[in-house]
Design a protein around this ligand. Structure first.
Ligand code: ADP
Length: 152
């Protein structure tokens, strides 16, 4: 089996799996949440990335571990600074549609060089509703699941 053909098979395989079946629950904070409370949420929810929303769950940004560390090593009071100061904002967020494939998601994670993608419901580009989360762990879990089919 040639290398080219093998890659074709893996691509076709990942295109059979859908984001809507593999997404995990999004961990969201409101844009007015303080950096302090955002850090606490990261620990309690055991995630590396928080999705920041406005009222009605509309996506406004993404805050990663390093975004929050950057504020933490500065002089600011973490109880006063809102998470929106630290986050990456829309429209600079790479999202993935609920109806997309796991291949699309994996490719976007690599191309955007990020750990996590907000899963959004297809709709207006301005008002994206966050309905889930795809991370590098989600993709790795699918690889393990596929690799272990033979053993079940
Ligand atoms: P970390 O910063 O902890 O290494 P990431 O590599 O995921 O985590 O994030 C790197 C930068 O990219 C951060 O500034 C973060 O706000 C931003 N980022 C994370 N996820 C996304 C995304 N889906 N779309 C756009 N920017 C993102």
């Amino acid at each position: 089996i040639g290398d080219h053909h093998a890659k074709d098979l893996v691509g076709d395989l990942f295109r059979k799996y859908q984001v809507k079946d593999y997404k995990s629950l999004p961990v969201v904070v409101h844009e007015h949440t303080t950096v302090y409370d955002a850090v606490v949420t990261m620990f309690l929810e055991d995630v590396g990335t928080l999705f920041v929303v406005r009222d009605e769950g509309v996506l406004v940004g993404v805050a990663s571990r390093k975004d929050l560390l950057k504020v933490a090593i500065g002089q600011s009071n973490l109880h006063e600074v809102p998470v929106s100061v630290a986050m990456t904002r829309m429209p600079n967020i790479t999202t993935i549609d609920l109806e997309a494939t796991m291949y699309d998601a994996a490719r976007k994670l690599i191309e955007a060089e990020v750990d996590s993608l907000p899963v959004v419901r297809c709709g207006s580009e301005q008002q994206l509703e966050v309905v889930g989360r795809i991370t590098k762990t989600t993709v790795t879990r699918l690889v393990v699941e596929l690799g272990s089919l033979r053993n079940v």
